[in-house]
Design a protein around this ligand. Structure first.
Ligand code: ATP
Ligand code: LTN
Length: 334
């Protein structure tokens, strides 16, 4: 007998806070496209999250168009997946408030992203920065997601999401699907080229610390040539060689080669040759994305049509969850 199994659902988001880096790509975006055939995928630009850090309105608007076009250019097919703007689906804010009331102050205080961002923006440690993980939990739980593709830095937030879901389900009755993370084997934690003990981040003040998906080929190679390494001059993966380990990780994520294969390929060669090879390989991976991006970004009318259609599809799913949650809590829900 033929069985038509319902596809499991995937959800993930990226903050439109600048041009995406290869950290965002290898950690998350690359997986977004890869999961589309097997799962029902819902993706979004987390523009509500973006304002936990002060944003200039014109710049934010531009970043949203740009990030959306870039995400599409990474291979999202809108006939298969949904890609929407978080601020256009009001249920995210609505459920986030509710989940705030099922999350403990102590739990939020332990979040390392909060600690890092409050150290970096000491003049603006706002309540949104603190309760941000509740909004992220709402993003995921609204869609009853089974899987969440993320980089390793988001593991702690996903764990909290699972705890909130289990708590709510326990207080009432099963309401939310408890999600699992999908963290890539290679590229889950791409480090800064300037300080390989720190995560590569698109909002880093030093532009040489990251490679963006839109960097021209010669800039990519130049930035890799400048990457901080060590003085051993031997391409091998080992403790204490953070810079080289990071470059090997990037090369591995771009080519699929193992660390042993990379060591063999560069045996007897210096860091100079290795850095150029990493740069050229990354530039080759990014070239088709850049080409597709240019086409999409030039057509804002098309992007706006996508925003509207996809927000409506997302809203349809999100609304059902909020309605269920309201009923369970005891709200009058006509
Ligand atoms: P910001 O600098 O604004 O804090 P970010 O560069 O850290 O942003 P996000 O929008 O917060 O990027 O992250 C989007 C996705 O990319 C998340 O799944 C996150 O885990 C992943 N990601 C971000 N940086 C890296 C990195 N350096 N290595 C691997 N994955 C990453
Ligand atoms: N918190 C994530 C971005 C994000 C997200 C989400 C990721 C917001 N909502 C839902 C996965 C699922 C970040 O800072 N990278």
């Amino acid at each position: 007998m033929e069985t038509t199994e319902k596809k499991k659902r995937v959800l993930s988001m990226v903050q439109p806070t600048g041009t995406f880096t290869i950290g965002n790509y290898f950690g998350a975006l690359k997986n977004f496209a890869a999961l589309q055939d097997e799962y029902e995928c819902v993706y979004a630009m987390a523009d509500l999250h973006a304002i936990t850090v002060r944003q200039e309105p014109k710049q934010l608007r531009e970043n949203v168009y740009k990030s959306y076009a870039l995400t599409l250019a990474c291979g999202i097919d809108l006939d298969k997946s949904i890609l929407f703007l978080q601020s256009q689906v009001p249920e995210h804010s609505q459920l986030a408030w509710i989940l705030n009331c099922y999350t403990q102050f102590g739990e939020l205080s332990r979040m390392t992203q909060f600690k890092d961002k409050s150290a970096k923006h000491a003049d603006n440690i706002n309540a949104g920065l603190f309760t941000y993980p509740c909004l992220m939990a709402a993003d995921i739980l609204l869609y009853q997601a089974d899987y969440v593709p993320i980089g390793a830095d988001q593991k702690q937030h996903l764990e909290l999401t699972r705890n909130i879901a289990e708590r709510f389900n326990g207080v009432y009755s099963p309401t939310f699907t408890v999600p699992d993370g999908i963290i890539p084997k290679n590229g889950a934690r791409v480090m800064s080229l300037a300080d390989p003990t720190k995560k590569m981040s698109k909002s880093d003040d030093n532009v040489n610390s990251f490679i963006t998906l839109l960097d021209p080929r010669d800039t990519i190679i130049k930035k890799f040539k400048r990457a901080v390494t060590d003085s051993e001059a031997c391409v091998r993966f080992a403790e204490g060689k953070d810079g080289i380990n990071n470059l090997m990780g990037i090369y591995s994520a771009a080519t699929g080669k193992t660390m042993e294969e990379i060591e063999a390929e560069f045996a007897g060669k210096g860091y100079g040759d290795f850095k150029v090879a990493v740069g050229e390989t990354v530039a080759d991976v990014l070239a088709p994305i850049q080409e597709k991006f240019a086409e999409l970004y030039a057509d804002k009318k098309y992007l706006e049509k996508c925003f509207a259609e996809n927000a409506e599809k997302a809203h349809y799913i999100a609304r059902k969850t909020v309605s269920k949650v309201m009923r369970k809590i005891g709200y009058i829900n006509l």
